[in-house]
Design a protein around this ligand. Structure first.
Ligand code: SF4
Ligand code: SF4
Length: 304
């Protein structure tokens, strides 16, 4: 076994112990689908997510994120298929996990343990952990690393697991990529469930997302108020949208929901200090209380 193989195997073993479901090693390179990404930007399908327009050079050449970068280590960490819900039956996207600390923080800590392994076994290596915090085309890079295939819903799907996972990366100057990675072919076949069930038409066709119409964007990033029509399309979900994932056969049954959150009425009456104390360290803080209240108004008004 070569030293590279040994370090990869130690990292893989440690990653499994930490709860990661998949790990991949890939050379930093122009990510697959970069041209499609640029095309979507030129067609203004990113709503007011102006940060997607920034860092184009980095997205195209991710090695710019770390001088001397030789490898990107991609990692997938699972989240529960159980849907978080309020006591009165409204729901949130699964990835929000509002009973846990924001996944950005949790994953950075876990990746830190892998950096320890790297530093211990590759003297002098430099490393940088990225969790959805830099202009990196995470899914494309993980796809290039051979970790999964792109579904028609634009999600990365790991066969045998599905798409309910977060992605994280460690960029390293250690040359751990051995040229064995091969992107995985799509396994969607004739299925079109995700396209057929998208409530807004954001998924205009296979692999074609108009983010400006997507409820994940509209209920979290979009700064404006949602109209009645959006409220009706949200069904009972006021934070994010999982529709194109929960109909996907690779994710199995829709799964149960767990009603442990305050009711929508309690959210509407909540003040900032209570929200900060209860949810300030969770993914809900990214949208903020004002946006959450506005979403709840849209979804509950549409129910009347
Ligand atoms: S997250 Fe919801 S709105 Fe967005 S593409 Fe998927 S199903 Fe459509
Ligand atoms: S729902 Fe069907 S078409 Fe869509 S990603 Fe899943 S398998 Fe592919």
């Amino acid at each position: 076994m070569t030293w590279v193989d040994m370090v990869r195997s130690l990292l893989t073993e440690r990653a499994r112990e930490l709860g990661f479901i998949s790990i991949g090693f890939v050379r930093p390179q122009r990510p697959p689908f970069f041209d499609q990404y640029m095309e979507r930007l030129s067609q203004k399908k990113h709503g007011d997510m102006s940060w997607l327009e920034r860092g184009r050079e980095i997205r195209e050449a991710p090695q710019r994120l770390l001088q001397g970068c030789k490898t990107i280590i991609c990692l997938a960490f699972p989240y529960s298929a159980e849907k978080p819900a309020t006591r009165d039956g409204f729901t949130l996207s699964r990835y929000s996990q509002p009973d846990l600390e924001d996944y950005h923080v949790r994953l950075k800590t876990l990746c830190g343990s892998l950096v320890d392994v790297l530093e211990e076994h590759w003297e002098g290596c430099k490393n940088r952990v990225c969790v959805d915090s830099v202009p990196l085309m995470e899914r494309s890079v993980a796809y290039a690393a051979g970790m999964g295939f792109f579904g028609k819903n634009n999600m990365l799907i790991i066969p045998g697991y599905g798409s309910y996972f977060y992605l994280a990366e460690i960029l390293t100057t250690a040359p751990l990529e051995t040229g064995e990675t091969r992107p995985m072919e799509s396994q969607c076949g004739d299925c079109r469930q995700c396209v057929a069930n998208c409530p807004t038409g954001a998924l205009r066709g296979p692999y074609t997302l108009d983010a400006s119409r997507c409820l994940s964007y509209l209920t979290i990033e979009y700064k404006g108020e949602l109209d009645h029509e959006s409220g009706t399309r949200m069904a009972k979900c006021f934070f994010g949208c999982d529709r194109c994932q929960e109909v996907c056969p690779f994710n199995g049954d829709e799964g149960a929901s767990r009603a442990f959150l305050p009711s929508t009425r309690e959210f509407l009456e909540m003040d900032e200090s209570v929200f900060e104390a209860e949810f300030g360290r969770t993914a809900l803080s990214r949208a903020g209380l004002r946006k959450i209240k506005s979403n709840i108004m849209a979804v509950t008004n549409a129910e009347r």
